[in-house]
Design a protein around this ligand. Structure first.
Ligand code: ADP
Length: 296
């Protein structure tokens, strides 16, 4: 059995569906309200667990009702939460207004995620025993850096999703094995819009890059090798929320199992294409048997 560690965020998404989003000073009546467990860290953890790995989540939830719900959701997906701390104050929340045209406006309040600015005792031992550490940028950079450096000390593969995109310190990139931006993030990090050129530019800083290209699939680049493009299965997408997180969580499991990169990318693409055909983020992440059935 493989073991994936995730160091990152947990959020409760509070989603209001309206015909038209309110302007400043305006009040509108919404049609529907949903609470959806999310956070890029938690989503990647669920994706990896559904794909068949042991998964441990390092992070924090608040001492509120959302905190217990977020913890329970992870546990129901089989994610170990022994390293998910409960801190005083609120859980991370994302306040989302979705209008009838599918446009959205989002306020993220980090809450407990902001307290994850260091590794707690025991976290490094957990990371040392993992096959890979998954990182994103929804917790303070200090903790992302500490996690990446801990993984590096123990020769554990580090996979970073640079989201929300921001400039990355060289000392962080020095401890990253695989960077997985989407095409917008790749362009923002490099100033280059062509994904292939952006990926090549990123190889100055990290040894391997996968740029996800939405319905067009993904692009892999490594130092000293020709870039590789893997198409995504053609499907009818109904909700692409969490597609990137499904892709990364599943890719990490495939690589931990020792699959070659091309096969790992194809398996991750199959998983992500299944998730976009269903509504929701973590609730839409496919299980291993479904991925295998589709990939067969
Ligand atoms: P993000 O969700 O981070 O913006 P992408 O939109 O690039 O990332 O999607 C991540 C992966 O999900 C893609 O590489 C692809 O494999 C899959 N995917 C996304 N949208 C579609 C789609 N419409 N059809 C099939 N696969 C998709």
């Amino acid at each position: 059995m493989t073991h994936i560690a995730v160091l990152g965020s947990t959020n409760m998404d509070l989603v209001a569906y309206v015909a038209k989003a309110p302007q400043r000073g305006e009040t509108v009546t919404g049609r529907e309200f949903r609470t959806i467990p999310g956070g890029k860290g938690a989503n990647q953890a669920v994706a990896a667990a559904h794909a068949g790995s042991d998964v441990s989540m390092i992070g924090a939830v608040g001492a509120d009702a959302f905190g217990s719900q977020l913890r329970t959701t992870l546990e129901h997906s089989g994610v170990d939460t022994d390293h998910l701390r409960t801190t005083e104050g609120p859980s991370g929340t994302a306040h989302i207004v979705v209008d009838d045209e599918g446009g959205n406006a989002i306020v993220v309040v980090p809450g407990a995620n902001a307290t994850v600015d260091h590794l707690a005792p025991g976290d490094e031992v957990l990371i040392a025993g993992a096959d890979a550490l998954l990182l994103q940028l929804e917790i303070p950079l200090a903790a992302v850096l500490a996690g990446a450096e801990a993984a590096r000390r123990h020769s554990v593969r580090t996979i970073l999703t640079p989201s929300p995109v921001q400039s990355l310190p060289p000392e962080l990139l020095a401890s990253i094995d695989l960077l997985v931006p989407n095409e917008h993030e790749a362009a923002a990090l490099t100033g280059v819009t062509d994904p292939r050129e952006a990926a090549t530019a990123l190889l100055d800083q990290v040894p391997e890059v996968v740029v996800t290209l939405g319905a067009a699939g993904s692009l892999y680049a490594a130092r000293g090798a020709e870039p590789l493009t893997v198409p995504a299965p053609r499907v009818t997408a109904v909700d692409s929320t969490g597609a990137g997180d499904t892709f990364v969580g599943t890719l990490a499991v495939a690589l931990a199992e020792g699959r070659p990169m091309r096969a790992a990318l194809a398996w991750a693409s199959t998983a992500a294409s299944l998730s976009v055909q269903r509504v929701g983020a973590s609730s839409s992440m496919p299980y291993r048997s479904e991925i295998d059935a589709q990939a067969a």
